[in-house]
Ligand binder design. Sequence first.
Ligand SMILES: *Cc1c(COP(=O)(O)O)cnc(C)c1O
Ligand SMILES: [Zn+2]
Length: 448
Amino acid sequence: MSITNAAYQKCINPDCGAEFDCSESFFKCPQCGELLDIRYNWDKIEVPKKLSDFAKRWASRKNRLDFSGVWRFRELLNFCPDKYKVTISEGQTILQQNDLVAKYVDVKPGRLYLQYEGLNPSGSFKDNGMSAAFSHAKMVGAKSCACASTGNTSASVALYAHHCDLKCTVFIGSGRIAFGKLSQSMDYGAQTIQIAGDFDDCMRQVQDVCTKLSLYLLNSLNPFRLEGQKTIMYRIIEGLGWEVPDWIVVPGGNLGNSSAFGKAFYELKQLGLIERIPRMAIINATGADTLTDLVNNKKLIWNKGKVNNKIIDDYYADLTARNFSPHTCASAIEISRPVNLKKCLRALDICNGVVRAVTDEEIVDAKAIIGKYGLGCEPASAATIAGLKHLRAEGVIAADERIACVLTGHPLKDPNVTVNYHKDKQGEFSNPPIEAPNDLDELIKLIK
Ligand SMILES: *Cc1c(COP(=O)(O)O)cnc(C)c1O
Ligand SMILES: [Zn+2]
């Protein structure tokens, strides 16, 4: 038995279903153009009998794979031999129980958890996916790679690319990227190209560039990336003492995370490693709410893979006709044509999920609360708490349910949004700096 046979790629379109070896590299099904999944022949993999068996890897954390928060769960993403596995110690993240943030969203004490992915090497959850995708890039012998990015993908790709000696080009929309993220891709040595356009334009261009020049594509179209992102869910379960929460709340941008999370739970259930699948809430920004509109208003559903393409095509044609460009201060989710839309519909089906959109005002207020009472996060991540507040008010989520919100990125990624919020007293929780004379008595009077 060769290890590559334990995993294969399969088209998600049930009318196609084409299968390919993992030694091949595409970013869409070469036969029908749909998304590809990584599938496993579980009978060929020695998966631990219970999830808590993974805990023993803490004892051998001097082993680089056991130390990685991704590869610690390697049997559950068993697509490449160990020698190709790339890690820079991603996934050392924490699940923080937070009663003060819980109070803000009207959740009972002890029931709200924040999965803080800002602790990753490049400061966002993207590193989970990159360790997996770069491992595949190594396995197929890629020499150069590229991605389109709202910022965090480029930061993560740039970091992993120089770590594994791949040439790297990142495409970002002109003027759309948060400063912290832009500084990273330049500092980590990536060739950084700013396209006169938005993320959706970058996403279209990068696919053509990668095809023409045979570059390895690292956007979440890449099914191997999503395998790495599954591990965020394993770590939440780990943080809960190997119990499953009632709800997962995640921001929705290109919908890679939500897609990966649904797949993670489906597989765990299939393997008998969990007894029930949590529900999932995906939160858009109102200025980039394609998923919310398609699911809640146009009633788009997974339908066992037979998705009504006409609804999507008409929707996108209308966006084009209106020359629509998404706008939100949460730049990481400023996307109007999410590439993983169909996989996300599947995840919603698996997790009995719901979708909501929140305004930028709600996002920055929630962000200030997470900063004040938690570990902080970037705007897109705060959409989770803003969305949870909606879902609590609606009664969709009950006050005593156990909820895990995924805080996808570090607060220093986007200092501009934070400083503007506080300095210009934009919101209820603004904490502006106080101007003071250079005088001891005056200063003493000011201290509260
Ligand atoms: C990429 C990103 C998102 C969006 O995630 P998707 O998987 O594309 O939906 C959300 N938050 C942050 C901080 C990100 O970097
Ligand atoms: Zn296909």
